[in-house]
Design a protein around this ligand. Structure first.
Ligand SMILES: [Zn+2]
Length: 335
């Protein structure tokens, strides 16, 4: 069996995948036509250029602009349902057993949907995806850093309404350079008090101190990215001692210019130092990458062997926001 197929057959989980960054270009094109959204693009190749990152992208800000068209077509229940179900189908092709899909529901209320409509459309797809594709999943609701703390509090309250009914955690995403974690403390205190799991994007754009702040002030169970942890020895030590998982997404870091060469990504250094690193895509369409591609990159570019790959997969299973039964089940399949 070739290595790609070996990777597909391993019981992988994905913990960091943005729905709006993972739409099929064909679907975006189709939905633009259906919704009469005027676009200056005439075919799939043009749409791909808009959705996928180019080599000339030089910042996270430019990267984030890739999401406006997908968000624009996700303003109806049936469209949210469709793109979520398609993502589950794509994940299944990667041999993923459990995926945590995240998005910011308040961005999908521009054409009359309520916040509950938005979340329920995605949850419906998760339920149907489980039946249709035999893939387990959870939904992570994202709050956005540039929004006021009240918006984050409302997001946490929304998530609490679906706790243990498909919503598995809350997240804080967006521009971390200008909006540090502490601004949103009140919201994540509420999530913590109610035993809702928390993951926070931190240390993605050079600010290592946001990692410890997110853990200590916002009670993060996991850190999204954390690539810049190496800049602060104490942060790295803390992550190792407290077994805080990092949801790492190397291709995405290359695309946002957090690194300028995949081979220089600290994933292997963190792995060797004992950090609980997990592997994820972040945004499948924007980065034009699958989870299997990323595992192959670990092998071909960062020099991982198959035993080490299994440890990375094990880290992911252990860090997933799932029941202990499902964890045990997946770990059994990994042997
Ligand atoms: Zn992310």
């Amino acid at each position: 069996m070739n290595i790609r197929n070996q990777i597909i057959n391993l019981p992988k989980v994905e913990l960091h995948c943005h729905l709006d960054g993972s739409l099929r270009p064909e679907t975006v094109f189709d939905l633009c036509l259906k919704e009469n959204i005027e676009i200056p693009y005439k075919n799939i190749d043009d749409i791909k250029k808009v959705l996928e990152i180019s080599d000339t992208c030089n910042s996270l800000k430019e990267y984030l602009e890739k999401f406006s068209l997908p968000v624009n077509v996700m303003q109806k229940k049936e469209n949210i349902y469709r793109v979520t179900l398609e993502l589950l189908e794509d994940a299944k092709k990667d041999g993923i057993e459990h995926i945590e899909i995240r998005f910011a529901p308040f961005q999908h209320m521009n054409k009359g949907l309520s916040e509950n409509d938005v979340v329920e459309a995605a949850l419906e797809a998760l339920k149907d995806g489980n039946k249709k594709f035999n893939i387990h999943s959870g939904l992570i609701l994202c709050s956005l850093r540039h929004e006021p703390v009240d918006s984050s509090i409302n997001l946490v309250k929304l998530a609490l309404g679906y706790q243990n009914q498909g919503v598995c955690a809350v997240d804080l995403a967006g521009n971390e350079s200008d909006f540090p974690p502490e601004i949103h403390k009140k919201a994540f205190d509420l999530a913590y008090d109610k035993n809702l799991k928390i993951t926070i994007h931190a240390g993605e754009t050079g600010i290592a101190e946001n990692i410890l702040k997110s853990i200590r002030l916002l009670h993060a169970n996991r850190i999204g990215h954390g690539i810049f942890a190496y800049k602060d020895k104490k942060t790295l030590e803390y992550l190792i001692e407290n077994e805080i998982p990092l949801e790492m997404c190397p291709k995405s870091n290359l695309d946002t210019k957090a690194i300028n060469d995949y081979a220089k990504h600290p994933f292997k250094d963190y792995f060797n130092a004992g950090v609980k690193v997990t592997l994820n895509t972040d945004n499948r369409t924007v980065s034009n990458v699958s989870l299997v591609d990323e595992y192959l990159n670990l092998i071909n570019i960062l020099g991982f062997n198959m035993d080490e790959i299994k440890v990375v997969i094990k880290n992911g299973i252990e860090a997933a926001f799932i029941s202990t039964e499902l964890k045990a089940n997946l770990l059994n399949k990994l042997v």
